[in-house]
Design a protein around this ligand. Structure first.
Ligand code: ADP
Ligand code: MG
Length: 176
């Protein structure tokens, strides 16, 4: 096995944290979430960072967190939904680990967000309804998710199946 670093990318609620934790446990690796690293570093919630300092400041902190984690070994990293927006982030992930995109339709994502109170606290990107915002953000970011990812997994599969597929690719050592 060559790759000892996995990045999970995809839109909010696609399952990055859920799958990442299960994958880390199965591999015996550490799990971390870039959103959590940013929140810990800032000492306040993402909504507060964005409100006080703006999205650019949040994106800078997100990139810094990614840089720090890209040097860690035996780690599964769940990234924020917007991590793929910057080319430098996409390049860094692709060069330093296996990048897995979890794919789901806007309807599935909106449904998951509507039942998850934690996600509802995330600041709105556009000021629209959840379903419209999810669809729009997905449309905008789809090319960037695709550009970042080495492999795609259907995010509506059972978590265990997603974990098994990723482990199979790791064991073959084909990517990256
Ligand atoms: P993310 O970290 O990408 O924002 P989460 O891991 O927090 O997403 O998952 C969002 C919601 O979707 C949670 O309620 C979680 O339980 C659910 N979920 C995640 N993965 C799956 C899956 N494969 N099948 C069904 N529900 C899932
Ligand atoms: Mg998450």
């Amino acid at each position: 096995m060559q790759t000892r670093r996995i990045y999970l990318v995809g839109p909010r609620a696609c399952g990055k944290t859920t799958v990442g934790k299960a994958l880390a446990e199965a591999l015996g690796w550490r799990f971390t979430d870039t959103d959590e690293v940013v929140v810990r570093g800032a000492g306040c919630a993402i909504a507060d960072i964005v409100e006080r300092r703006g999205w650019d400041a949040f994106r800078d902190m997100e990139t810094a967190a990614l840089r720090a984690l890209s040097g860690e070994d035996a780690i599964v990293i769940a990234t924020g939904g917007g991590m793929v927006l910057r080319a430098q982030n996409r390049d860094l992930m692709r060069e330093s680990g296996l990048v897995v995109l979890l794919t789901a339709s806007a309807d599935v994502l909106a449904e998951r967000l509507s039942v998850d109170p934690l996600h509802a606290q995330r600041p709105s990107l556009t000021g629209k309804s959840v379903a419209d915002e999810v669809a729009e953000v997905l449309r905008e970011r789809a090319p960037m998710y695709a550009a970042a990812a080495h492999m795609l997994e259907d995010a509506t599969q059972p978590v265990g199946e997603i974990v098994a597929s990723v482990m199979q690719v790791l064991e073959k050592g084909e990517i990256p």
